[in-house]
Design a protein around this ligand. Structure first.
Ligand SMILES: [Zn+2]
Length: 356
């Protein structure tokens, strides 16, 4: 885009300072106007338009907290371009601690591109797409794992085509793990790309209705890194020496109803035969120990120990092999700061720095 933007909805963009306003996103069933909060800040010099959004799911609080911390950390005198922020896109779900938009019980991030006159959530999706996302050169959408689970902080990029813009932006987040996936129909990441060609990077940060301080700090660092990578902030990218791009997510459903004990922390590498979790049913005395079938890294786990049969107990991102040769299959990319980051599509000898 790189044209200067004067207004987003009815909110004016001012150089060097935040304007906080509201975006009209639709009509409630009784005909009243519905709004969500919107912030903008610009610069005197032209630059990219970045969109930072969160709170699509009302039971995910780590995203809104990350965004607030990014805003507090930003020095607007150094900003180049326009930053648009939607700090909570689903205030109705947030009020009820629910993933869904409580007005019509739909999932906002499965409702894009939406409809101007459809069901309430479709109106919200349509407005966000056509009044906000349409203006942006790139979008950062922050999520967490919801009520019961926590997730290793990571970015998510499209599987194809191989070198589309989401890849460079997703890598710039700087997480040790990057998930390569095909976004589902109705997700903003998929529909914004289909309709406008706009790259949408999804971030996943912790979960379980708690703030994870270490993950928060890493996420803020990563979002600022993305803004640097897009030329919106000065300074060098701070990247890990190596990043793993993984695409084989394996979730394990609880085999019993009972109490779950989990052994490896998220971010830990597991090998075949390693115990991942045990479920104990105190009514029958039954016990089940679930072991890893392949090498991989623990992506998420259930943090509430009382589980029902069939709930997801743990998820891993599996490597394609367990041998040392897996590590030799990497590419080297050059990030904007000029240093080399090794990109490994699979590998074993990697441990999350926070858990070493
Ligand atoms: Zn979410």
């Amino acid at each position: 885009m790189t044209a200067s933007i004067k207004k987003v909805g009815s909110v004016s963009v001012q150089a060097g300072r935040w304007t906080r306003g509201k975006l009209k996103v639709g009509l409630y069933p009784d005909g009243r106007n519905a709004f969500i909060p919107l912030l903008t800040a610009g610069s005197k010099t032209k630059g990219p338009v970045g969109l930072l959004i969160t709170g699509a799911h009302g039971n995910e609080i780590n995203g809104p907290e990350v965004v607030e911390r990014v805003l507090s950390a930003l020095d607007l005198s150094k900003l180049r371009g326009t930053l648009i922020v939607l700090p909570i896109m689903n205030p109705w779900g947030f009020a009820e601690r629910s993933r869904f938009v409580s007005i019509d019980q739909r999932d906002l991030n499965r409702s894009y591109p939406g409809h101007r006159k459809g069901s309430f959530t479709f109106q919200v999706a349509w407005t966000i797409m056509h009044e906000v996302v349409k203006l942006a050169d790139f979008v950062i959408d922050v999520h967490d794992a919801g009520e019961r689970q926590i997730m290793l902080p990571h970015s998510r990029i499209h599987a194809e085509p191989k070198y589309d813009p989401t890849r460079a932006i997703g890598l710039a987040f700087g997480s040790d793990v990057v998930l390569v996936r095909d976004a589902e129909p109705g997700m903003l990441a998929r529909e914004a790309r289909a309709e406008f060609g706009t790259p949408v990077i999804s971030l996943e940060i912790g979960g379980a209705m708690r703030i994870w301080e270490d993950y928060q700090q890493r996420a803020v660092h990563g979002v600022l890194n993305i803004l640097r990578s897009q030329g919106m902030l000065p300074g060098k990218l701070e990247m890990p020496a190596q990043q793993l791009l993984l695409n084989k997510r394996e979730g394990s459903a609880a085999e019993l109803t009972g109490i779950q004990s989990t052994w490896p922390s998220i971010g830990h590498v597991v090998k075949p035969g390693d115990p991942l979790y045990q479920i104990y049913n105190p009514l029958t005395g039954e016990k089940f120990v679930h072991r890893a079938r392949t090498c991989g890294v623990v992506l998420s786990n259930n943090i509430l120990g009382r589980v029902d049969k069939g709930m997801e107990a743990i998820a891993t991102l599996n490597f394609t092999g367990c041998g040392e040769e897996a590590l030799t299959r990497g590419d080297i990319i050059r990030n904007r700061a000029g240093s080399n980051v090794r990109i490994v599509s699979t590998g074993l000898e990697w441990r999350h720095p926070a858990h070493e």
